[in-house]
Design a protein around this ligand. Structure first.
Ligand code: ADE
Length: 226
């Protein structure tokens, strides 16, 4: 998979992609990530990329031409399965969207800043808009990092124990059950007996029960969607 990200602050994305599992995935060539600085497509001597809003109002808007020029160039080089705009005014990212995107070959992600981008870019180029939650960040870069992380870990071969991606929270619309490791007792706190029995079918039943109980208590809305 290849992921291109357009940003006015690409440096913000150096660190999240250069460590641990995401870095290893790139080293193994399971994914390639390319960052593009929107400023390189800015207009005139000052490389202008933003301007005031038509109709008045606080906040600058990213101009249409620099973004269009950047997207057109990238599109001339390959076909994108999705062109995604990260924005708080969109549907919230969930596991199903991440699963779906992990099957794609080429994804282009546009991150906004300031008051957002000229609506005509959204109308003409964007095939999917994604928010990572009902709050506003200073820009879409961290949101893009969240999306990319959620997608990359689902690519086969990225996580060693593939079973572990399949049994994540949300993979079946349930939160994860509690997990424990050694020691079996710490300062009087004991690991649930069932986990020490070696009876794996029973353990699986217990985990399902716990996952359901936790979901009902913390996120009952997830059960309503079934
Ligand atoms: N840009 C700013 N806030 C955002 C959010 N919550 N999700 C996605 N992109 C954003």
């Amino acid at each position: 998979m290849r992921i291109d990200i357009i940003s006015v602050a690409p440096n913000l994305l150096d660190s999240p992609f250069n460590h641990s599992i995401i870095k290893r995935a790139q080293n193994k060539n399971l994914v390639q990530i390319f960052l593009h600085d929107l400023r390189d497509y800015g207009l005139g001597n000052y490389k202008q990329i933003d301007d005031t809003q038509f109709g008045g109002g606080a906040g600058m808007v990213l101009m249409i031409a620099p973004i269009a020029n950047c997207i057109d160039k990238l599109k001339s080089e390959r076909k994108y399965d999705e062109i995604i705009y990260m924005t708080p005014d969109a549907k919230t990212l969930n596991q199903s969207t991440a699963n779906n995107l992990s099957l794609k070959e080429n994804i282009l992600i546009l991150t906004g800043h300031y008051k957002g981008i000229d609506q005509r870019i959204r109308d003409k180029y964007i095939t999917k808009e994604i928010s990572i939650g009902d709050y506003v960040l200073t820009g879409g870069e961290l949101a893009a990092a969240v999306l990319v992380d959620a997608v990359i870990r689902l690519i086969p071969g990225v996580i060693g124990d593939e079973q572990s991606a399949l049994t994540d929270s949300y993979q079946d619309n349930l939160l994860s059950p509690p997990v424990y490791t050694r020691p079996a007792e710490f300062e009087g706190m004991k690991v649930p007996e069932i986990l020490l029995t070696g009876n794996f079918p029973k353990i699986e039943d217990w985990r399902q029960e716990q996952a359901y109980k936790r979901t009902k208590e913390i996120r009952p809305d997830l059960l309503e969607n079934e």
